[in-house]
Design a binder for this molecule. Structure first.
Ligand code: PHE
Length: 344
């Protein structure tokens, strides 16, 4: 009997279960109702009373040892299982998370703002829902004048203290608000979203983004306007960029001009983008019409100024050679991902 107990003790000591099933078999084999220990106690009844005195102690110790071993193994298996449940493996590398990128229009807007900031221009903002006064009348658009049709307007409500309510068609409305609220000199740019009732295609959209600019002080001349815009273009597109001004018409500027730059894609040689002319129009500009100054209670005898306005989409198209305006608002991740390296 002692011999058997010695053997079982070695077996129990070296037992290392890998699963609950293995541990359960161990329990049944040694501690079960028909298990080894039960058998040993049966056998114990048959030994001589002299032997009983020694073996009783040995057998009880053996039983306690087997039970303790079972308990310890059970507890350690449970801990292993719990950690497997939560899949906690501290040796695994961390789960990296993807950073979003900036929208190309935001990148270009930021670049434009940076250039003008260095020239001392502030950034001004205003509401996207505007009244007739700020979007048209104060800017010298006469009542019933066809110039109002130049910008196909989304009207929201008829009437009101300052005329019909509409989605602003340009951020020139912010210039009016700024002139009404303050005193010259003014030197600011107005970035923002604007709306026009146009059918959506590769070349037109019902909303787009502008940066307009306004500079009002004593003795501001067209030469100041030209030099500022020339500097801006060289900063944005590179020093070899050429500019040209063509006479144009806007109700709020006189004289008015449109500015073209040498096509940044073909460097002026002619390509599809510039319709083989070598030039691309990027903005409208001019000297602020004295009527506009008077409308905002600024002395037009004392102050002069210039204004300009450009579409951010246009400039982004040129910078990144994007041919379809719709890409900017479709949120196609494959398109947007291409700009991720430009995280700032
Ligand atoms: N507001 C004009 C437009 O949206 C642009 C412009 C601004 C032109 C300032 C001249 C001066 O088309």
């Amino acid at each position: 009997m002692q011999e058997k107990i010695n053997q079982y003790t070695t077996e129990i000591n070296s037992f290392q279960p890998k699963s609950n099933d293995e541990l359960e078999s161990f329990r049944i084999r040694f501690l079960g109702t028909k298990g080894i220990i039960k058998d040993l106690f049966e056998e114990f009844k048959t030994v001589s009373s002299e032997e009983k005195r020694v073996m009783g102690k040995v057998l009880n110790e053996f039983k306690q040892m087997a039970e303790a071993k079972y308990q310890t193994l059970k507890e350690s298996l449970e801990t292993v299982e719990n950690s497997a449940d939560s899949e906690l493996d501290l040796t695994l590398p961390g789960e990296g998370y993807e950073l979003g990128g900036r929208h190309p229009l935001s990148l270009v807007r930021k670049e434009i703002i940076e250039i003008f900031k260095k020239l001392g221009f502030n950034v001004a903002e205003g509401p996207e829902i505007e009244d007739d006064w700020h979007n048209f009348s104060a800017l010298n658009f006469p009542e019933e004048h066809p110039a109002r049709d130049m910008q196909d307007t989304f009207f929201i409500k008829k009437g009101g203290e300052n005329g019909d309510i509409a989605l602003r068609t340009h951020t020139s409305s912010v210039q009016v608000r700024m002139m009404e609220a303050g005193k010259p000199p003014f030197r600011a740019i107005m970035p923002g979203r604007v709306y026009r009732n146009e059918a959506i295609s590769a070349r037109a959209h019902c909303f787009f983004h502008q940066v307009e600019g306004l500079y009002i002080d004593e003795n501001v001349s067209f030469a100041d306007l030209k030099q500022t815009l020339f500097h801006f273009v060289q900063e944005l597109f590179g020093e070899d960029t050429k500019v040209r001004f063509r006479p144009s018409y806007f109700p709020f500027t006189e004289p008015s001009a449109e500015m073209d730059i040498s096509c940044s894609i073909c460097k002026g040689d002619g390509c599809q983008f510039c319709k083989h002319s070598g030039w691309v129009e990027i903005l409208g500009c001019g000297m602020v019409d004295p009527n506009v100054l008077d409308n905002s209670n600024i002395d037009s005898k004392k102050f002069t100024g210039y204004a300009f306005g450009m579409g951010i989409e246009r400039i982004t198209n040129l910078k990144y050679q994007i041919k379809d305006l719709r890409l900017f608002s479709e949120n196609d991740i494959r398109f947007l991902k291409q700009f991720q390296s430009e995280m700032i």
